[in-house]
Structure formats: structure tokens, C-alpha cells
Design a protein around this ligand. Structure first.
Ligand SMILES: Nc1nc2c(c(=O)[nH]1)N[C@H]1C(S)=C(S)[C@@H](COP(=O)(O)OP(=O)(O)OC[C@H]3O[C@@H](n4cnc5c(=O)[nH]c(N)nc54)[C@H](O)[C@@H]3O)O[C@H]1N2
Ligand SMILES: Nc1nc2c(c(=O)[nH]1)N[C@H]1C(S)=C(S)[C@@H](COP(=O)(O)OP(=O)(O)OC[C@H]3O[C@@H](n4cnc5c(=O)[nH]c(N)nc54)[C@H](O)[C@@H]3O)O[C@H]1N2
Ligand code: SF4
Ligand SMILES: [Mo]
Length: 793
């Protein structure tokens, strides 16, 4: 039977539209079997939490349970659409949940009550603070909580305890987006808008498989591609993704060579004099350095390194040079690499050189991945101060001290904030003796898992985990707290184009589960954290009061929420920050006047050398007098840390499939999604498979210097010499791609290199039929198979 659903028909029906038009609405709805629309008692407003798109939706509730979802037609992000995860993935929250706290007794995790669990946490925390001070504490959080929760933890960590050791899994995800914005424009903050896609002449996708990872955004792009005056499309990805299939130019470069390509693209743009001299002169600084650093980077030079024809690089540049309005996106193919910030800055540079920013259709989207990665960065729950403030600027620290009514000396600013890689290193050494992990599953998602497991399982560090499920990480903790998820609580999420959504509580959490906000406020009260006048820190204990606190903190900064209310978000759906009393309807684009955030008073950083990551001195930043001009920065290309050799001759890259979200806590518990991609596989090109004597479905072993995984082989359209492994399947070490990856990172953003490692592959034995990989995505087999995803049921 052919099912018209979001499993076999991932993007749904086309609604083509012309350049400059409005994307037509199409409302997608799913109700569980046996439930009719008339059975739905209430529709509760919110946004999907399974990627950074943040599609506006309503949750159907009946008998106190979630029974379905439908998209909101009036929402600016999705105009009613929902993708596979949005439509089905919420069902995974209804099984396998933690319902009571757990505590380790005699080596085993056993059920306990909140009083005992919180008592144990606070006892350990207070003792360590008394003995060793704030540096004994680390907090590793998420890109999936609400801003109210992040900001609450930021206040606890930065004003109450005073530890610099706070970071999010955003380090693995969007740290490079943030770093590239800071280096180019002076602060974090997405300059552009999804509406730019509606009127662009060309789309450039750099290491971004949007077709599988933000399916509704790809539907918007497809509706442009199938409409009148379609944009030209350029795709940079070593795999033949669905994006690549639609591209005018596909550059399947070797993974780990992005910066060589980017330096050549900028070289060629300058060499062909396709730059907007007026814009560059008025609004940028650093052209001479950029010319010098890219002088030798000809397309022929890059072609050799990247393994693509020089003529194709020229064609891509020509499209950029002959379009008036280009939208570029960067994602993990660029961010999870060794020269991530430099490569992503070069994308910013292409736009600056052509004056293509701040006007409709001309924009940059340095993507986020997780639904609220943006909020973690804004709220300062990660390695930054709240409101994109500069930790190295005493005035910014003084502002926070006044707002929080604490002594500035409490706020950690004597050293750069600690990134997640370092937090795990300190936890390994035991100098961090108390590590609280919330909303992330590092025992599957961090590189070099054998090491991560020994850190989490060791005696040297007390580990608290808050999660909805007993994850691989929770299983190693000393105390596990059952968390409320998504529509079980109220709060706001901000998506990748600065659109803020309010999620309203639809149902109660299971058992004794509590929201992260409640848990952290409880912790703060038990630790008795107070401000200078003895008032409790944080002063709030409800989401809306936390939101008011955040609004005050954000006022006057780029991510200004001061004019926004829950009531407005309820009525309208998504609204883009900054929202002030002057701009109550939000702001579509930043930098429309070409004035950037590069004054010393306002900027978030003095910047870094992109080659070494060493910080620029304040005096040098001031002496350069950028004064609102964007900064053109790059670095010379260098090969990745680990390149192929005789023993490990292939290049591993890792990534996602459309049907699963990360470590699959929700999607493996959703029948439709799990059935579509139930087990791990790895992808090889046809020539590599032939050479190694491997056929479709054969069990193979992929080995790196760190470990190995065993999985059936899919012979796909991946580039020759490249092996692709989805990293979702971490419930066993032998299927977890991060057994293979290495602890190395970009020097500026500190984002780990998940996209490049050297491996070898050997055949173990014949398989039982084709690999269990999806057949209608980038993982499509080179030879057609009988079984087609979503069509066999
Ligand atoms: N279905 C699904 N959607 C998701 C998620 C999910 O888990 N599942 N997660 C969400 C999150 S948190 C994130 S961060 C985003 C990630 O979204 P994406 O960045 O689109 O996802 P990835 O699959 O990690 O990587 C994108 C592409 O990079 C390519 N690539 C690999 N190495 C290189 C390289 O060296 N250079 C270049 N140019 N390309 C390379 C891969 O072939 C892959 O197609 O997705 C979000 N959406
Ligand atoms: N090899 C390789 N590794 C990667 C990547 C890659 O491309 N390749 N990508 C990286 C990227 S981009 C990312 S974003 C990370 C993601 O890595 P993780 O963050 O480890 O992945 P998730 O499975 O999303 O884990 C989130 C956890 O939070 C829980 N959770 C969800 N909502 C809530 C909540 O409201 N409260 C609490 N307390 N818990 C909640 C979920 O149940 C889940 O266990 O992985 C990174 N790792
Ligand atoms: S595109 Fe992202 S936000 Fe939208 S429905 Fe799919 S997973 Fe949810
Ligand atoms: Mo991510």
C-alpha cells in the first residue's frame, strides 16, 4: 500500500511560488489511530522541538494526554507544515520515561524520592563549595531547554556559585555559528531571515543537508525551486544528498577541506573583480589581509586539495558573482571541522564582498541545529555572559552585577569561560568534582566515547543527570532526576532566524517528573543562594517571572526581548528578536544599515586569530578602530588533524538521517520513525566497496585509532574515499559512531571535529539482505532495492 505520509513523502505536496511572493500555507495534521478531530478537547499552542526550525504548531489534548499535532498556518516559520519528526516524534515522550529520581546505592541506581535525591545533591555541592570553592563545579547543558531555564541556571552558576565552568552541548552544534558571527560582525546573532529564501536568486548550502535536517525549510526551498524564476542552487557536501540532486552545481569535496574551497572562492571573487567596492569601503575592514591570505588560493590549487574540478569551483563563484540576492547557509559539514570558524567566516566574507546582507533575499544563515541552541547562547548558560556580553569588558560585567545585585567579583570574568571539552577534561582530572548534566547525552554524543564513559563512571567526579529517560549518560550518574519534557511545561524557544515561540503546557509530566526550572530553583533555595541584600537568587520561581528577568537582562543588547510578552506570543506565534517598545512586532533583519556591532563598547569579543585561536588584545582591537565596520577574516588552509594514511586510508564523516533525532531518546520510541531506520548502517562508495570486496548489506568493521563499530554496509552515492556513519545508534558501543571520532577541535569555536577522522573498513561476513538504511534520502542505494522506506507496511 502506498501511504501518503511524512515517512515516504518527507516534504509533502509542493506549493510553488514566485520570487518575492508569499509562501502558501499548507496545514499538516496527525492524530493517533482511533482519535477523530471531534475527540480533541483542546489545542494547545507551541512549537516543534525536534530541530532549530521551530515550526509553529498546536498540540491536541484529550483525556489529559497528547493525541496529535497540527501546524499553525499563521506561523511565519512553517505556514502550517510539519515534517516527519514534528508530526510523529512527540509520541516518543509517552513511553519509557523516568518517573522517580534515582540514586546510586552499592553501585546500583535505585528509585528514591525528591527529598533524598536533592538532599544528596546539595550535600555534595555544599561540601565541595566549602572545601574547594566554585571551580569544583561544572554544568553541562543543552540546546533543548527553554530560555527561562537557561537563564535561571546562568544566574545560579554565574551570580550565585560563581563558576566559569558552564557550557552547553551547543559546543558540539552551533559554537561555530556563534564564533563566526562574533569574528565577522562583533557579536553573535543571526543577521538574516527565512523570508530571504522567498526572494533570493541563488542558494548556497555549505555542509548542510537541509532536506533531512530541517525538512520544512527544504519544503520552502523546493517550492521556490519548482516555482517561476527559481533560484540557482549550489551544494557543498561529500554526499549526494537530496539537496545535491537539485543543485546547479554540486561540489562533493573531500571532508575536511572546506577552507581550501572557501579561500579559492574568495580568491576568485576578488580576481574577477566581482566585489561591491562601495559597500566594502564603507562597511568592512581587512580587505588587504583577506587578499593577501587568499592570493595563492586559485581554483586549480583548491581543486587538487578538495578533489573537485576547478571549473566547477569557477561555476559556483560565477553564480555568486552574477546573482543580486544570494542566501547562504552553513551547517555541521562546516562547523564540525578543524578550521570551522575560518571557513564559516569566509561565507560571511563572500556576502560582505558583494554587499549582500541586510536586504530582502540577500542573507546569511549560519544554522543552528537544536531547537533552542540559540537560547543557550543568549542566556549565558554556556561559555558566555548573558545577552552576548563581553566577559572581557568590565562595563558589561558591571551591568550584570547591578542587575543581579551581586559583587562583580562573584561573576566569573577573570578567565575565559570554560568550553565543554575542557569541562570534561577537568572532570577527568577531578578538579571538577561536581558535574550536573541536563538535557544532553554525552555518553553517545561526545567524541571518543570510551574516554567519556570512564570520566562519567569514575569516582573522581559526582555526576547529576536530569533527563526524561534513563539514557546512556544517566546510567553512569550518581543521581538521576526525572525531567518534564516539551509540552509538559511552559516557556519560550528561539529558533535559528531569531523567531521566539511560546510553548504552553499541554499535559502533566509523568509520575514525579519536574521541569528543569523547578529543579534548579529548588537547588538554589536549598543551597541558600542570595544577593547582596539577602534576597534569594534567582528571585523568581515561575516561567513567566523568569522570562521577565530575562527581558531585563537582554534590554539594550542585540538579543533584546524587552518588548515581548507571553500574551503576544500566544496570539501571533513566532516573533523575531530584537523586540523593543520601538519595534513591538520584532525585527526581520539585522545590519540593514551596514553598521555592525564592532564598537568596543558594544561588541561581544575582541576577536581571535583564526589560525591559532589566540585572542586579540583589547588594545589591538581598539587600535584597529572598526567602529561599526564588519571584519574580513580568514586563515591559510591546513590539512585536518588526522588525514588518511596506509593503515587508515579512508575519511570518516558522521551525520544524520531524516528519521532520527540525535541519540534517539524520542525517535526510537516512535513507531513510524523507528521503523523507517531501525538499526545502524555505514555508507561506502561503489568503487571503494568493490575494491574491498563488500556488497550491499555485508557486515563490515570500521576502525579508527580510537575504536571500531560493526554495521551493515550501504553502497551509496557518498564520495569515493569517504565513509559515512550516522551517529544516532549509541545504545551499544559497537554501533556508536563516536567510538571512532577524536578529541580535537577548531581553535576558535572549540567545536569538535566530528566530520573528519581516518578509518579503515573490512568485511566481516555476508549480511541478511540490504542494509537497514533509508532508501529515499542521501542514504539511497546506488542500485535500486525492492524495499522502499515507508512503502512496505
Ligand atoms: N533528522 C534530523 N534532523 C535534525 C537533527 C537530527 O538529529 N536528525 N539534529 C538537529 C541538529 S542538533 C543539527 S546540529 C542539525 C544538523 O544538520 P546538518 O548539518 O544538515 O546535518 P549533518 O548530517 O550533521 O551534516 C550535514 C552534511 O554535512 C556533510 N559533510 C560531512 N563532512 C563534510 C565536510 O567536511 N564538508 C562539507 N562541506 N560537508 C560535509 C554530510 O555529508 C552531511 O550531509 O540538524 C538538526 N535537525
Ligand atoms: N559523531 C557525531 N557526533 C555528534 C554530532 C555529529 O554530527 N556527529 N552532532 C553533535 C550535535 S550537532 C549535537 S546537537 C549533539 C547532540 O547530542 P545530545 O544532546 O547528547 O543528543 P540528544 O539525544 O538530543 O540528547 C538530549 C537529551 O536531553 C533530553 N531532554 C530533552 N528535553 C529535555 C528537557 O526539557 N529537560 C531535560 N532535562 N532533558 C531533556 C533527551 O531525552 C536526551 O536524552 O551531538 C553532537 N554529536
Ligand atoms: S522541520 Fe524541525 S521544527 Fe519543523 S517539524 Fe521538522 S523537526 Fe520539527
Ligand atoms: Mo546540533
Amino acid at each position: 500500500m502506498v501511504l501518503e505520509d511524512r515517512i515516504s513523502d518527507i516534504w509533502g505536496a509542493r506549493n510553488p511560488f514566485a520570487s518575492g511572493g508569499v509562501w502558501p500555507d499548507r496545514v499538516d495534521q496527525f492524530l493517533v489511530d482511533g482519535v477523530e478531530e471531534s475527540d480533541v478537547e483542546t489545542w494547545v499552542r507551541g512549537a516543534c522541538l525536534l530541530c532549530s526550525n521551530g515550526c509553529g504548531l498546536e498540540v491536541a489534548v484529550s483525556g489529559g494526554r497528547m493525541v496529535g499535532v497540527r501546524g499553525r498556518a499563521e506561523d511565519r516559520i512553517n505556514h502550517g507544515r510539519l515534517g516527519p519528526k514534528g508530526l510523529y516524534g512527540w509520541q516518543g515522550e509517552q513511553s519509557g520515561r523516568l518517573t522517580t529520581p534515582l540514586i546510586r546505592r552499592g553501585g546500583e541506581l535505585v528509585e528514591t524520592d525528591w527529598e533524598t535525591a536533592m538532599g544528596a545533591i546539595v550535600e555534595r555541592s555544599a561540601a565541595l563549595l566549602a572545601e574547594r570553592g566554585p571551580l569544583s563545579h561544572g554544568f553541562y547543558t543543552s540546546g533543548q531547554l527553554m530560555i527561562e531555564e537557561y537563564y535561571t541556571l546562568a544566574v545560579i552558576g554565574k551570580a550565585g556559585i560563581g563558576t566559569p565552568h558552564m557550557d552547553g552541548n551547543t559546543r558540539l552544534c552551533t559554537a561555530t555559528a556563534s564564533a563566526a558571527f562574533q569574528e565577522s560582525f562583533g557579536t553573535d546573532g543571526q543577521p538574516s531571515s527565512y523570508t530571504d529564501i522567498d526572494s533570493c536568486d541563488a542558494l548556497f548550502l555549505f555542509g548542510h543537508n537541509v532536506a533531512e535536517t530541517q525538512t520544512v525549510l527544504w519544503a520552502r526551498m523546493l517550492d521556490r525551486l519548482d516555482g517561476p524564476e527559481p533560484p540557482r542552487l549550489v551544494c557543498v557536501d561529500p554526499r549526494r544528498t537530496n539537496v545535491a540532486e537539485r543543485a546547479s552545481v554540486h561540489l562533493p569535496i573531500r571532508n575536511g577541506t572546506n577552507l581550501a574551497l572557501m579561500n579559492a572562492m574568495v580568491h576568485e571573487l576578488i580576481a574577477t573583480d566581482a566585489i561591491d567596492h562601495d559597500y566594502v569601503a564603507e562597511h568592512t575592514a581587512g580587505l588587504e589581509d583577506l587578499e593577501r591570505l587568499t592570493a595563492e588560493a586559485t581554483p586549480e590549487w583548491a581543486a587538487e586539495i578538495c578533489g573537485v574540478p576547478a571549473a566547477d569551483i569557477r561555476r559556483a563563484v560565477e553564480i555568486f558573482a552574477t546573482s543580486d540576492r544570494v542566501v547562504s547557509t552553513c551547517s555541521m559539514g562546516f562547523y564540525q571541522s578543524h578550521q570551522a570558524t575560518a571557513a564559516s567566516c569566509q561565507v560571511n566574507n563572500l556576502h560582505l564582498l558583494r554587499g549582500m546582507l541586510g536586504r530582502p533575499g540577500a542573507g546569511i544563515l549560519q544554522m543552528n541545529g537544536q531547537p533552542s541552541a540559540e537560547n543557550n547562547r543568549e542566556a549565558g548558560c554556556g561559555a558566555a555572559l548573558p545577552g552576548f556580553r563581553n566577559w572581557n569588558n568590565p562595563e558589561h560585567v558591571a551591568e550584570l552585577a547591578e542587575l543581579w545585585n551581586v559583587d562583580p567579583i562573584v561573576i566569573p570574568h577573570w578567565t575565559p569561560p570554560t568550553n565543554a571539552n575542557q569541562i570534561f577534561r577537568y572532570a577527568e582530572q577531578g578538579s571538577i568534582g561536581f558535574l550536573w548534566i541536563a538535557g544532553t547525552n554525552p555518553a553517545v554524543s561526545m567524541p571518543e566515547l570510551a574516554r567519556i564513559r570512564s570520566i562519567l563512571g569514575g569516582e573522581q567526579c559526582f555526576v547529576v543527570v536530569s533527563d526524561g529517560y534513563l539514557t546512556e549518560t544517566a546510567q553512569l550518574a550518581d543521581v538521576v532526576l526525572p525531567a518534564a519534557l516539551w509540552a509538559e511545561k511552559t516557556g519560550t524557544y528561539t529558533n535559528v532566524d531569531r523567531t521566539v515561540h511560546l510553548q504552553e503546557k499541554a499535559v502533566d509530566p509523568p509520575g514525579q517528573a519536574r521541569s528543569d526550572l523547578d529543579i534548579w530553583v529548588d537547588y538554589a533555595r536549598r543551597l541558600d543562594l542570595r544577593d547582596k541584600d539577602g534576597r534569594p537568587l534567582p528571585p523568581w520561581d515561575t516561567p513567566e517571572a523568569a522570562f521577565e528577568g530575562w527581558k531585563a537582562c537582554s534590554a539594550g543588547r542585540p538579543c533584546d526581548y524587552s518588548g515581548l510578552t507571553y500574551a503576544q506570543l500566544h496570539e501571533i506565534g513566532g516573533i523575531q528578536w530584537p523586540v523593543t517598545t520601538d519595534t513591538p512586532e520584532g525585527t526581520e533583519r539585522l545590519y540593514v544599515d551596514g553598521v555592525f556591532a564592532t564598537t568596543a563598547e558594544y561588541c561581544e569579543t575582541w576577536g581571535h586569530d583564526l589560525t591559532t585561536g589566540s585572542p586579540v588584545a583589547e588594545a589591538d582591537f581598539r587600535a584597529a578602530r572598526f567602529e561599526g565596520r564588519a571584519i574580513l577574516k580568514t586563515a591559510p588552509y591546513e590539512p585536518a588533524f588526522e588525514t588518511p594514511d596506509e593503515e587508515y586510508p579512508l575519511r570518516l564523516t558522521t551525520g544524520r538521517t531524516v528519521y532520527h533525532f540525535h541519540t534517539r531518546t524520542k525517535t526510537s520510541r516512535t513507531v513510524q520513525l523507528n521503523d523507517a531506520a531501525p538499526e545502524v548502517w555505514v555508507e561506502l562508495s561503489q568503487p571503494d566497496a568493490f575494491r574491498l570486496g563488500i556488497s550491499e548489506g555485508d557486515l563490515v568493521r570500521v576502525s579508527s585509532r580510537r575504536g571500531h563499530i560493526d554495521a551493515p554496509a550501504r553502497i551509496s552515492h557518498v564520495r569515493d574515499g569517504v565513509v559515512f556513519a550516522p551517529w544516532h545508534y549509541g545504545s551499544q558501543a559497537v554501533t556508536a559512531a563516536n567510538e571512532l571520532t577524536l578529541s580535537a577541535w577548531d581553535p576558535v569555536s572549540k567545536q569538535p571535529e566530528f566530520k573528519v577522522a581516518a578509518v579503515n573498513v573490512r568485511r566481516l561476513r555476508a549480511g541478511e539482505g540490504p542494509a537497514p538504511a533509508p532508501t529515499i534520502t542521501a542514504s539511497a542505494p546506488v542500485t535500486p532495492l525492492v524495499r522502499v522506506t515507508g512503502r512496505e507496511r
